[in-house]
Design a protein around this ligand. Sequence first.
Ligand code: MEV
Length: 396
Amino acid sequence: MLTGSSSFPGFRALSVEERRRRIAEIAGLEGGALTRALETGGLDEGGAEQMVEDALGRLAVPFGVGLHFRINGRDFLAPMVIEEPSVIAAASHAAKRIRAGGGFMAETDPSIMIAQIEVHGVRDAARALTRLREATAELIAAANRAIPSLVERGGGARDLAVRDLGEGFVVTHVHVDCCDAMGANTVNTVAEALGDRVAELADGELGLRILSNYCDRRCTRVTARVPVAAFGDDTTDGPEAARGVALASRFAELDPYRAATHNKGIMNGVDAVVLATGNDWRAVEAGAHAFAARSGRYAPLATWRLVDEGTQLEGRIELPMALGTVGGALRAHDGARLALAMSGADNAAELGQLAAAAGLACNLAALRALATEGIQKGHMALHRRALAEPCGPVAP
Ligand code: MEV
């Protein structure tokens, strides 16, 4: 938990060293910890060797912080790792506007991951489903015997579901509560431990045993409200900009071509937090896009509406969020551990809420810019500054 506010006036004007000092202060981190860890990109060569095979070194990517995040009445700092200019600034800007409306409200499902055990060549699928359902207690007990340390921490297999996919394919899902771990290894252990018995019960040939990244039982939902009157600035009318955001949301709802770009903007924020905290962003991406297509038509992960007689702009995001605050890359990666410590998130649910809030904030910022002055003015100004390209200096 942070010891101070995540709102800092004038943060950008500070030197990098001074920013680190201020962040360490409110995150309750020891003074030089950020500097020491970030000097090696958060990972030394030994750490890199520990994480992957045939390592050659490490490739640095900028690490920044999204400010002003307030979720369920508590302050958070969003650690963000991303190569694209303007995303962090946009996230902070939007989080500031949302803070003016009371901040983000968030809720999270239990950390249920799905172990899939696929059996093919099943001649009587109806009989297989019945036999598997009848063996639920036996299979859950066997799953829990395979993962004693998770069971000790309060997690474990909770339930079983069986599906007939046709063409002789029967798939068994074991729902495993992974607590504060992402859980991939644990869930794969369960899938492999149950494989032979599941194939025997289904009377077919054992196929794949692996987690599903479409973890739709592990969703995070975040909502936010911005008073329309506070949505303007010197050059933009608040109600007009808010109406533009609501129309942009409808456009994404009506058109998968637009929904893909809308969701890319959301994942700018989500992935940046996921990556900073050493989590598997490909898993989160896979889950997010599968979820976006759950109705059979690819749809936006976040939507915006004018509510309360047009006085409030209300946004909502929902997506699967398989994150860990223990295990995985956090074991070897000093920078990821520090990013997690500075975020103020005390568990996987809170970290998921922060990532989803960063996604919703980036979406609001993108839609507001697109619906008013266009994206290029602010975005490209930051691009030119970042790349110092030969079109001359950028106006301050
Ligand atoms: C660019 O990284 C993201 C945007 O294209 C998102 C959007 O169009 O909503 C600006």
